[in-house]
Design a protein around this ligand. Sequence first.
Ligand code: DQA
Length: 146
Amino acid sequence: AKILLLHGPNLNLLGSREPDVYGATTLADINRAAEAQCAERGCELATFQSNSESDLIDRVHQSRTEGVDAIVINPAAFTHTSVALRDAISAVAIPMVEVHLSNVHAREAFRRHSYFSDIAVGVICGFGATSYTLALQAALDHIAAH
Ligand code: DQA
């Protein structure tokens, strides 16, 4: 099986970006742990981060021809703004798990709405880097059950 782990804008700064909100773990740490977790379950992992909406959309389109079985995505700020990225995920019809480091429901009101949650298999938020472990476990279990 194959999982695509997508990271949206500003997540390249993890580790130094508002560490009180997002923690000290870097994106490289998160990707390394994710790769080990997937390998343990015999699953291939591809990771991609971009600050550009268009590059993220193109990467989602590419995942269809690559035979990706599930997408785990932290759309970051695009969570609250991007109909286009949401539509890309609907278009490829690949099961998707939405993940956030912070508890988006306990912050500013504008973070409470997500363009992704209603098309997600499920949503994990609020557990820092552990959110990714939980989201990947959910994606791996979903693939195994379908
Ligand atoms: C985030 C939450 C978003 O509201 C924010 O714009 C981010 C990160 C998170 O992982 O907690 O960039 O997706």
